[in-house]
Each structure stands twice: as C-alpha cells, then as structure tokens.
Ligand binder design. Structure first.
Ligand SMILES: Nc1nc2c(c(=O)[nH]1)N[C@H]1C(S)=C(S)[C@@H](COP(=O)(O)O)O[C@H]1N2
Ligand SMILES: [Mo]
Length: 497
C-alpha cells in the first residue's frame, strides 16, 4: 500500500532525482578526462586500480612525447554530460548540479527535523540491524516484506544510509579534490588517505548511489506501487487525486529527461553560452568557498613523485629550440603593463634574486596529481620591483608555446596564456620556478620559467613564461575568458576546485 507523503517530501525526492542524475553524468565526463583511479597521489603510471581506457602509456624513452591529454577518453553523450571530451563543460554542470543538490538536501533535512517525518527515516533502536537482516533474508528467499504504513527495517536502514552516510561522504570527498582546500589544510585530504583516495572513494560512492537506485527501483516495482497507482487511476477514473499523482509523477520524469537532453544538446551546440550561463551561478559560489585559500604546503623530500606527468607540449618553433641549445642564455623575461617600472630580466639575473623553494602537490584539472619541489623567485619579489599601479587587478602570463604548432590537435590557435588576480599573485607560495627537484627546469615542464600557484588547478600554472603583463581587465586579451584553456576548452577562471 502507498505511504502518504507530504508535498515537500515528494518535491525534494523529485529534485534529488534531477540533480543526482546530472551529477552522475557530468561526473562521468570529468572521469573521462583521466579515466584512471589510484590510491596513491603520485599517480604512477601502471599503479591505477581502475582503468576505463585501452590506451597505454608508451614505455620510458618515449614518455616525453606523451602528455596527459593523450590519456583522455571520449565518453558517449548517452552516459556523460555533455560527452565527447568536454571536461570544461562537464565540470560546469557538475558544480551547478552540486549547488542545486545541496540546496535540496538542506531543505529536505530542515523539513525532516521540523516535522514528524523523521520518525519514518531515522532508526531509534539497534533492533533495526537484526530486523534488516531478517528482511534481507526474506527478500533473498524471494518473499516480499510488507509493513503497512511504514518502512520495513531494511528500507529504513537503506534510506537512512543514503541520506546521512553516502551523501555527506560524497560531499566530503568532493571537497577533498579542491587544490585550494588541500593547499590550505593538507591534513584534510590526509583524512581520506590523500587526494587520489578521495577521488577513488568519490567514484565508489557513485557506484553505491547507482546500486541503491537500481535496487530501490526494483523494489518499488516488485511491491507493485507503480502498477497499484496505475490500477487505481485507470480502474476508477473518479479517483482524481490518484490520477493527478500519476500525471505529476510521469510529467516529472519526462521533465528530468527533457532537462538532460537540453543540457547535452546546448553544451555541444552552444558551448560558450553554456559556459557563461553556468559560470554566472557557480563562479561566485566557488570564489566564496575556494577563492581565498593560501597555500601552506610543505611536503617532505621523501614524498617527491618519481614520475611527474606532462600536460602541454613544448614550443615547436626553431627559436625555442635554439634557446634550449644555449641553455636560455639569451632569454629575457618582460614585465610590463600597468607598472611603474617595466622589467627586462635575463635568467642569469633572476637566479641572483632571493631564491624560494617549496615542495607541493600539483593537481591537474583532469584528475592526476604529483609532488615536486620547485625553486625560483616569488612573484612578490617581482611585484616589489615593478610596482604595479593601483589600477592593476590581474597579472597575465604569456607563454612561448603556440598551440597551433606545439599541439595542433588541442583545439585552439594562439599562444598559451593564463591570468591570476592580484590576491593570488601575492600569495607567499606563488612563484616563477626555474628549478624542479633541484635541477634546472626541464623543457617538458616549462623551461626556462613556469608559474606556480599552489592553491589552484594545474592549468593556471603557465609554463614557458616569457612575459607578465599587469592589466585592469582581461576581456580584451586572447579570447577574453582569462586564459587559453578558458578560451578554447571552456574552463572557468575559478580554479580553486
Ligand atoms: N605554456 C603552457 N603552460 C601550461 C600548459 C600548456 O599547455 N602550456 N598546460 C597546463 C596544465 S593543464 C597543467 S596540468 C600543467 C602541467 O604541468 P607539467 O607539464 O609540468 O606537469 O601545466 C599548465 N601550464
Ligand atoms: Mo591540467
């Protein structure tokens, strides 16, 4: 027999279905960008416990030719939102659905506490455990358990666990993947056994939600609740309330499907529009939650990763090749724009400035991580010397790699660049590195200079930096989104998670 549920409960149940289904599909899109799961934060090739791709990393001497973009998979739009290698937009949908799901959860838990409904859900006695075991046994021997007017102990335990165990854990492990949180509170990711363990758990929670969904649906059908409702309605057309219930229910289900279709189609067809409209809602939230984390990382030398992936191939032009041959003796870094004293500094001179070193964890937006030590000059030192004017709100970092020649299949023209605001630029661990693990910065990792912004995702940390420009606004630069990946892969400027 049907339980009688208040309207708020049915409404939140429906919103929950909508947001979780969006979270699942966009989550799979995010996973497709690095379809491997690890228990170690070095992400050593071959150490993954789950691999959802057939691509293999080539062996040692050829590894330099391989970047983590080559490890990406293209998932079908039938399972991933939006599918077809669209990490940037997948993340936008994930964060939008996150916000919706959190609000729904807040409403649900508040109403639960404010009404007698909580009695149905929250177990108040340990006898629930033997009770649930008993029910499980009955189901396994193919006997339905009917407890009129309330949930049976197994149902109650399952619903309770989804709401008060799986959901908080999904949120907690999701937060553990934020480089801003990991940078400010490294202990937090240690709670889960590291960033990759949190990422693995986040995926296992997805599997648990899916398993719950399948069993839940099977039970509802087995108990005849759907056919019962239909029977009441079809058998007795005077049952207006039942008919309305069925129509609303089916209408809601159709609504969820339509939203998925529209979200997928618009993302593939109008990616810039979807980028802007989703970011309008999620960026302020992200800025508030993950914008101000100052990195206080200092890993031990023993934690440095043996293998550090590469993302972004080196410049392919002859001028860069010539520079590498002479160990960047003629290289000059230009600092200009809204500054009092434009700078033109050689690498040798930079090396004479006060040196800073730090051992930090790099988190690529695709999902992998690795630890390295970096040596160079703090951006604070550069800021002190060039004196940005008060109108300067951002620092733009221009790179030497022209993507149309260095990585022609990467989806865009022009040189790589990235932008950070003055607050990020002034963080103590923000620096221009010319050394990695005590050696001159290797070509693959950005020689002669690369940016480190330790509270942000990897794409912020421009390699092959040749010029820093202080500006008031970045909308006139490049494609106007604040960076090459923002322009061409629809990433958000908010790279704290
Ligand atoms: N110039 C330039 N800088 C870049 C990129 C790039 O393609 N070109 N890729 C970014 C991304 S997405 C990441 S994860 C890091 C990777 O740094 P690594 O190659 O040293 O691991 O560099 C960032 N900086
Ligand atoms: Mo990245």
């Amino acid at each position: 027999m049907m339980l009688d549920f208040p309207l708020w409960l049915r409404a939140t149940h429906f919103l929950n279905l909508l947001f979780i289904s969006l979270l699942v599909r966009s989550g799979l899109e995010i996973l497709s960008a690095h379809p491997k799961l690890y228990w170690n934060d070095d992400c050593t090739p071959g150490s993954e416990w789950l691999r959802l791709t057939r691509k293999r990393l080539p062996e040692a001497p050829y590894r330099e030719l391989w970047t983590s973009r080559d490890e990406e998979e293209s998932f079908s739009s039938w399972i991933a939102l939006p599918g077809r290698r669209n990490l940037g937009l997948g993340r936008h949908w994930h964060f939008l659905a996150d916000a919706g799901w959190l609000l729904t959860g807040l409403l649900y838990v508040t109403m639960l506490a404010a009404t007698p409904e909580w009695r149905r859900l929250i177990p108040t006695s340990w006898s629930i455990l033997p009770g649930a075991w008993h029910v499980l046994w009955s189901y396994l021997s193919l006997h339905l358990v009917v407890t009129p007017g309330r949930y049976n102990p197994l149902e109650q335990l399952a619903y309770f666990s989804v709401v008060f165990l799986l959901s908080p854990l999904a949120i907690a492990t999701g937060l553990a993947m934020s480089p801003a949180i990991a940078a400010r509170a490294p202990w937090y990711i240690r709670l889960f056994g590291g960033r990759q363990a949190a990422r693995s758990l986040h995926f296992l929670l997805l599997c648990a939600f899916l398993a719950f969904f399948v069993v839940h649906l099977a039970m509802v059908i087995a108990h005849g609740e759907i056919s019962e409702m239909a029977l009441i309605v079809l058998g007795d057309i005077r049952d207006v309330r039942g008919a309305l219930g069925l129509i609303v229910g089916l209408g809601g289900l159709a609504g969820v499907i339509v939203i998925h279709i529209v979200a997928t189609w618009s993302s593939l067809r109008y990616p810039r529009f979807v980028q802007h409209s989703t970011q309008a809602l999620t960026d302020p939230l992200r800025r508030a939650l993950f914008g101000s984390g100052r990195s206080v990382q200092q890993y031990a030398a023993s934690e440095i990763s043996a293998y550090f992936r590469v993302n972004g191939r080196p410049p392919a032009d002859a001028a860069y090749a010539a520079m590498t041959r002479e160990h960047f003796a003629s290289f000059v870094l230009h600092v200009d724009g809204l500054v009092e004293h434009p700078l033109h500094v050689s690498l040798a001179e930079l090396r004479r400035w006060p040196k800073q070193t730090q051992i930090t964890k790099h988190c690529c937006i695709q999902g992998w991580s690795a630890v390295a030590s970096w040596g160079g000059v703090s951006l604070g030192e550069i800021i002190r010397r060039c004196g940005p004017l008060s109108a300067a709100r951002y620092a733009v970092f221009y790179a030497l790699d022209d993507k149309s020649t260095s990585e022609p299949d990467s989806g865009g023209p022009g040189c790589y660049y990235g932008t950070i605001d003055m607050a990020l630029a002034s963080h103590a661990q923000t620096m221009l590195a010319y050394e990695m693990n005590g050696q001159p910065l290797p070509v693959a990792h950005g020689a002669p200079l690369r940016l480190r912004v330790e509270s942000q995702l990897g794409f912020t940390m421009v390699k092959y930096v040749c010029r820093i420009e202080f500006v008031n606004d970045y909308r006139e630069i490049g494609g106007g989104q604040g960076g090459w990946r923002e322009d061409h892969q629809f990433y958000s400027q908010e790279a704290g998670i």
